[in-house]
Design a protein around this ligand. Structure first.
Ligand code: FES
Length: 231
């Protein structure tokens, strides 16, 4: 009988014969599970985390009995060295049903590693964004001012700054924020030399905004998450 096997986080899946070990299945399907001892239950490098439940994404249902029960090699290994709670040894656990197997980073040969530390000199924060908390008067029948103009006016009047424009892509967040807000919204304004623009809006009071810069290189991906107001 054949069994469906899904490995995460790689997303590799396929079918294997009933009774093979998870490590054998990984080798057949090309999934990345480490093994130093060659499946003798000594090294512990093949630890995997089985999942149970219904996985609609892959169309599989996994039960506790989809893997063989704890083997003697695992008991012996656990008596001498640490086996993470909930983990099994991939070289000992045998596949008896459809399974979804997570391969934790400690068991991946090709796990991702951070090669470079971030080495920042002290910097002077000069944020290009500001958050403005606003109280918006209730609209009256016959008002000819649009929601966008009402927000822009409120920024200028309540915070004594140059009236911003409203970026077109912000209109959807702006309308939904105002609908939920009960008269109180926070807007994010981006400043450039010639222009201030409302780029986002949230209902109520918000005091933090985050941005992420991503550098996609040929061999390295670098990301830097930044609190926009404080740096
Ligand atoms: S491969 Fe060494 S313990 Fe499983």
């Amino acid at each position: 009988m054949q069994r469906r096997v899904v490995f995460t986080p790689s997303g590799l899946d396929g079918v294997v014969e009933d009774g093979v070990t998870v490590l054998e299945a990984a080798r057949q399907l090309g999934a990345d599970i480490d093994s130093v001892c060659g499946g003798r239950g000594i090294c512990g490098r093949c630890q995997i985390t089985p999942s149970t439940g219904v996985f609609a994404k892959w169309g599989v249902t996994v039960t506790e009995s989809s893997l063989s029960s704890f083997a003697e090699t695992e008991t012996n290994y656990r008596a001498k060295r640490a086996l993470v709670a909930g983990n099994r040894l991939g070289c000992a656990a045998r596949i008896c049903g459809d399974v979804v197997i997570d391969v934790p980073a400690i068991s991946q040969v090709h796990k991702q590693i951070v090669r470079k530390d971030l080495d920042l000199e002290p910097i002077t924060v000069d944020p290009s964004f500001s958050l403005y908390y606003l109280t918006i008067p209730e609209a009256q029948l016959g008002d000819s001012v649009s929601a966008a103009d009402a927000l822009a006016n409120a920024v200028a009047v309540q915070h004594r700054v140059r009236a911003p424009q409203v970026a077109r892509r912000a209109l959807s967040t702006l309308h939904s924020a105002m609908a939920k807000a009960d008269g109180e919204v926070t807007v994010a304004v981006r400043h450039t030399e010639n222009l201030d623009q409302i780029v986002a809006a949230w209902p109520g009071f918000v005091d933090a905004a985050y941005g992420i810069a991503v550098d996609v290189g040929s061999t390295t991906v670098a990301g830097h998450l930044c609190e926009l107001l404080t740096g």
